[in-house]
Design a protein around this ligand. Structure first.
Ligand code: PGA
Length: 273
């Protein structure tokens, strides 16, 4: 049996952290991971100012915990004051970059077309994009959740993603930082729809794409959310700033680890549905 999708728990520190507290949090996590390495991938995405410092504390590219950024520019260099290009992030030791988070879509009016350009730049630089999608409360009330997330994914995923690794995070906008989450059944419905959409686009490669759930995940609800079919880990905001809570989410995710078989092939190489 092949484990196609090793779970990933990603901490999104957002605009939080100065050197001292960021380093203390990182060292405590590295210590926990060293003593009891869980059978999952762990990622930390600090603010850009801390990437090099935290990357070093994580032990560089060989460290057990990976480093990621929270955004990148759509272009690789040039006269773009304030922007940070994907090759710079790779050079700073990042392996992943979060793209299209609803806070960027909201605060900076990022469109899915821009997210797609950023994801292309990330893939070209060897980074794994974590492409975020999610509906607002009003879209949810109107029964548009599946249509919204499929549409965002279709418009945000670049052509290059057909052949390269990427991650998708489903983050309902209304669940982020609110203390409210969808039920496990609701999460399962969305993740199932996203997997089906990916199968239509990528064929059997869709089985290797990790689908994260994000939005008010904490130590108490992680076990139930991470046990849902097609949930391959979490994107964690507020709880990633508390070492013990973040660690308990990692442990709960590892405890729920699902083993995913490679999809059976029909004759002619088509995937069985
Ligand atoms: P939250 O944020 O865990 O604080 O809800 C998740 C995110 O925005 O990635």
């Amino acid at each position: 049996m092949t484990d196609l999708r090793r779970p990933l728990v990603a901490g999104n520190w957002k605009m939080n952290g100065l050197r001292a507290d960021g380093l203390a949090r990182t060292r405590a996590l590295v210590d926990k991971a060293g003593k009891r390495p869980p059978a999952i991938d762990i990622l930390i995405c600090p603010p850009a100012t801390l990437l090099t410092t935290i990357g070093r504390a994580l032990g560089g590219r060989r460290g057990a915990i990976a480093l990621g950024a929270q955004d990148c520019a759509p272009r690789t260099s040039g006269a773009h004051t304030g922007d940070i290009a994907a090759p710079m992030l790779a050079d700073a030791g990042c392996r992943y970059v979060i793209l299209g988070h609803s806070e960027r879509r909201g605060d900076h009016r990022e469109t899915s077309a821009l997210v797609r350009a950023k994801a292309t730049a990330a893939l070209d630089s060897g980074l794994t994009p974590i492409v975020c999608v999610g509906e607002t409360a009003a879209q949810r009330r109107a029964g548009k959740t599946l249509a919204v997330v499929r549409n965002q994914l279709a418009r945000s995923l670049p052509e290059a993603a057909v052949a390269r690794p990427f991650v998708v995070a489903y983050e309902p906008v209304w669940a982020i930082g609110s203390g409210h989450t969808p039920t496990p059944a609701e999460v399962g419905k969305v993740h199932g729809a996203l997997r089906a959409w990916l199968e239509g686009r990528l064929g059997e490669r869709a089985a290797a794409v990790r689908l994260l759930y994000g939005g008010s995940v904490n130590g108490a609800n992680a076990q139930a959310l991470m046990a849902v079919a097609n949930v391959d880990g979490g994107l964690i905001g507020g709880a990633s700033l508390k070492v013990d809570e973040f660690w308990s989410i990692c442990v709960a995710t590892a405890g729920n680890r699902k083993t995913t078989r490679r999809p059976a092939r029909k004759q002619g190489g088509k995937v069985k549905r």
